[in-house]
Structures are given as structure tokens and as C-alpha cells.
Design a protein around this ligand. Structure first.
Ligand code: FE2
Ligand code: FE2
Length: 274
């Protein structure tokens, strides 16, 4: 497994270095923002995603703690952290350079976000790997939808920003998918049980930690991501990539599902069973 993880990491990193590197300062045509009036719905979404991406220190800490002693996984985490660090930064730059938020507002928002701590939903490396694949793919789908919406509303730079960061998220999801394949090859039943469990209990990270959560969730639902989209555009494609269907997954006993406290997430419609 160590050798396999290491090889996957090298493949991931080589591909990232060769084809996926981008620059916050030169790959976005910021001059296009001159004279542009940003749409407040788009800026609220950008601010929300910027906030979710800002829990990076907590995500990294959890990742590194779980993967301690595993070279491939730890080096992946370090590289992943570099890529994720640009995601909140480019959105923050958008908010600032478009004039949607002032410096003080951004500092206040950052402080409010970082005052709270994100806790990893699972304390097991394999479950967190599955969680990672789902979360990265969901983020990709969200950014793809934002990209389309920003294009329709005529924003001059947001479509490109979401394209760049969405491409990173897809690459992250694919790396986790490779890890899941390795786990399936090593312990098929245990991995299938973990897959079923994580699918049953999944929710997006940190969104309920953000200030003004309720108004954010309304706008994001309007942007078209709900439980149905999650199933059709995240869960089913991932299972298909793994050569699985829902029938391959064992039943999760109700008593095994511990509800994660907090308000209903973006992906949990009111009243729907998680
Ligand atoms: Fe990200
Ligand atoms: Fe990511």
C-alpha cells in the first residue's frame, strides 16, 4: 500500500506540475474588472466559498494527523494545501478588486470565520479518504455551476476563476478515487462498508460554521445544488468510476449513524433523511 500510495502521489504531482499550475496574479485578467458593477448574488456566493476554503488550516491539520508516517499521503497533503491556499486567496482578491468588499470587511469576515474550528467528521483515514473524494467532487460541481451562472450574469473574471479552481478540485477528487481503488483491492468488504457509511452521513464541510449561514444557504440553493444534484452528479459518477452500483453497498444499520449536529446543510433538504 505504501508503494502504491507513493506512486499515485508522484503521478498526481507530476501532472499538477506539468499541466495544472496557475497564478493568482497573472492568470486572471483583473483589468477587466474596471468599471464593472459586481452582482451581489455572485459576490455573496464568492464570499461563502472563500470562507469554506479558509478552514484550510483545520483541514490540513486533520489530514496530516491522520496520515502521519505515510510519506505519499503526507506529501500529497502538503501539495494539496498549496493548491487549496490559492482558492480562498483568488476569491478574496476578487471580492477586494471588484470593490464588492473593503479591506476592513474582509479582515472582519476572516476573523469571524477563523474564530470557529472545523472538526474532521471521521477519525479514520479510509473514511476521510472517501469523504475527500465526495467533498472535492461536490465542490467541483458547485464551482462548475457558479461558473455558468457568473457567465450568464456577465461577470468578466469569475468564470475563469471558477474554471481554474474547479479543475484543481476535480484533480483532488480523482486522487482520492485512486486511493479508494487501492483500498478496495486490499480490503473490499471493509472499504464498501466505509463507502456506504460515508455516503449515508456526508455533509459539506464548514458551511454551517460561517457567519449569516441562513442567507448564504438560500442563495446557494438558488444556484442549483441540492440533494438530487449531489446524487446525480457526485455519488453516481463516483460509484461508476469505481465500477460499483448502489447495490454493491451494504446496508448501514440505523444505530451506526450518529447525526452530526448543526443546521441542515446545503445538501440536506429540510425534512429529508440523511
Ligand atoms: Fe478548494
Ligand atoms: Fe480541493
Amino acid at each position: 500500500m505504501r508503494e502504491a500510495f507513493h506512486r499515485e502521489y508522484l503521478t498526481f504531482f507530476e501532472r499538477a506540475e506539468r499541466t495544472r499550475r496557475w497564478n493568482v496574479f497573472t492568470d486572471v485578467d483583473w483589468d477587466q474588472l474596471a468599471g464593472h458593477q459586481p452582482d451581489p448574488r455572485l459576490t455573496l456566493c464568492a464570499e461563502t466559498f472563500c470562507g469554506v476554503e479558509m478552514y484550510l488550516p483545520d483541514y490540513l491539520r486533520a489530514h496530516l494527523e491522520l496520515m502521519r508516517g505515510d510519506y505519499g499521503r503526507a506529501w500529497f497533503a502538503a501539495n494539496w494545501g498549496y493548491e487549496e491556499a490559492k482558492h480562498s486567496l483568488v476569491l478574496r482578491e476578487y471580492l477586494r478588486r471588484s470593490g464588492a468588499r473593503g479591506d476592513d470587511e474582509l479582515h472582519d469576515y476572516t476573523e469571524a470565520v477563523l474564530a470557529r474550528t472545523w472538526q474532521a467528521p471521521y477519525d479514520d483515514g479510509r473514511r476521510m479518504t472517501i469523504y475527500g473524494a465526495l467533498q472535492e467532487m461536490t465542490t467541483f460541481v458547485i464551482y462548475r455551476k457558479q461558473r455558468g451562472w457568473a457567465g450568464q450574469l456577465g461577470d468578466p473574471v469569475l468564470p475563469e476563476i471558477y474554471r481554474l479552481i474547479g479543475r484543481d478540485e476535480m484533480a483532488h477528487s480523482r486522487f482520492y478515487l485512486k486511493m479508494i481503488e487501492l483500498h478496495l483491492a486490499e480490503d473490499r468488504d471493509g472499504t464498501l462498508a466505509d463507502l456506504a457509511f460515508v455516503l449515508r452521513t456526508f455533509r459539506m464541510p464548514a458551511e454551517d460554521l460561517l457567519p449569516d449561514y441562513d442567507s448564504r444557504i438560500e442563495v446557494m440553493r438558488a444556484a442549483g445544488v441540492d440533494r438530487g444534484v449531489f446524487l446525480a452528479e457526485v455519488v453516481l459518477p463516483l460509484l461508476k468510476e469505481l465500477g460499483l452500483t448502489r447495490h454493491d453497498l451494504p446496508r448501514v444499520p440505523a444505530e451506526a449513524v450518529t447525526e452530526i449536529p448543526g443546521p441542515p446543510g446545503l445538501l440536506t433538504q429540510a425534512g429529508a433523511k440523511r
